[in-house]
Design a protein around this ligand. Structure first.
Ligand SMILES: Cc1ncc(COP(=O)(O)O)c(C=O)c1O
Length: 351
């Protein structure tokens, strides 16, 4: 499968640019027969939810959804009242890349906290909490701490850091939301189970689409006190699929034979290969260590047009240098990476 991508123009554009894993497609084809009850009352859904319960514990409750913004919005909707606020990184997807959906649909305030490499720190959160304490009814009350794992900069929270955030949250009366759009990549990189990653989490947005599924995400509600409202919020929030078994089947394929792990391991390994290859080229510097499937590289502005011809990618232009974000996927191959790195090396040599 991987070689077919070598000429793909969008090779490193995004993990949303990759396709659906063939095992997921095969599963969809296999179950695509006959009729079954809608809205999640079918046997495939029961089986998929059982897998989630095995991974996250019998006290967890999972709802299958269509997309990541929906997962984040619903997560927050069930955790907050309108006078309460969410503390999140200044780079958080839910703050900057969801077109204000949380503010619109939840009706709450999002409070950005400095996080230059995507990671919140205890000090920054404590400073933000302290700054808000004196305002009385004039200030929103912080209620949720939202973390992304992996972060939008491809960085990771260690299990120790997650524990420290969890303890801080309990002490301060905050609930913890985890945006796990790339939780599979994080679990592989940290060699941790999903359960370990959410030990201190109340509600998890569990990503699937970026790691080989087709429009399939989940909300895992780990705090039993919050669970009752979510099925209603999902329907009200337009995230309840009528032909729900087609979401469920994808997760069955995902958990069968560790597809999630194989996909994330490949994406992470290809990002490492890409990072190493690029770092060896004169004129290129990596902005962050490469832990998951995101590579942030700085290069001269003059190269950008040629890079974008090789693969469109997010680019942040500075005065003389541009930072590009390159993203690997479950089907990125060593040959893809080597061809891209060679092309960049040629670019460097020509200048
Ligand atoms: C950190 C993070 N959270 C959530 C999402 C989900 O977004 P979408 O609504 O596009 O599925 C993304 C996708 O880019 C993401 O990077």
């Amino acid at each position: 499968m991987p070689e077919m991508n070598t000429d793909f123009r969008h090779l490193l554009a995004s993990d949303n640019a990759s396709g659906v894993h063939p095992e997921v497609m095969a599963k969809l084809a296999e179950i695509n027969r006959g009729h079954a009850p809608g809205y999640g009352a079918d046997a495939l859904t029961e089986a998929a939810l059982e897998r989630f319960a095995q991974l996250f514990g019998e006290r967890s409750e999972t709802l299958l959804l269509f997309n990541g913004t929906g997962a984040n919005v619903l997560a927050l909707k069930g955790m907050l009242r309108s006078h309460e606020s969410v503390l999140c990184s200044e780079l958080a997807h839910l703050l900057v890349d969801e077109c204000g959906a949380p503010e619109h649909f939840v009706g709450c305030k999002l409070t950005p906290v400095p996080a230059p490499n995507g990671k919140l720190t205890r000090d920054a959160i404590e400073a933000r909490l302290a700054a808000g304490h004196s305002g009385g009814v004039h200030r929103n009350r912080p209620r949720v701490l939202s973390l992304s794992q992996a972060t939008e900069r491809g960085t990771l929270y260690s299990l120790g850091e997650l524990r420290a955030f969890g303890e801080l949250a309990r002490k301060q009366g905050l609930l913890v939301h985890l945006d796990g759009a790339r939780i599979a990549n994080a679990a592989v990189a940290l060699d941790a189970s999903f359960a370990e990653l959410v030990e201190w989490v109340d509600v998890l947005s569990f990503g699937g689409t970026k790691n080989g599924l087709m429009m399939a995400e989940a909300l895992v509600i780990l705090n039993p006190d919050l669970q009752q409202a979510y099925p209603y919020l999902r329907k009200q929030g337009m995230q309840l699929a009528s032909k729900h078994r087609y979401l469920a089947a994808q997760f069955l394929a995902y958990f069968d034979n560790q597809l999630w792990r194989r996909n994330a391991a490949n994406a992470n390994a290809m990002a490492r290969r890409l990072g190493q290859g690029l770092a060896a080229i004169d004129g290129v510097m990596l902005s962050e260590p490469v832990d998951v499937n995101l590579v942030f590289a700085q290069l001269p502005n003059a190269w950008l047009e040629d890079i974008q011809r090789l693969t469109p990618c997010l680019a942040l232009r500075g005065e003389t240098r541009t930072e590009v974000r390159l993203v690997t996927s479950f089907d990125t191959s060593p040959a893809d990476i080597d061809a891209f790195v060679d092309a960049v090396a040629r670019l460097a040599a020509e200048r």
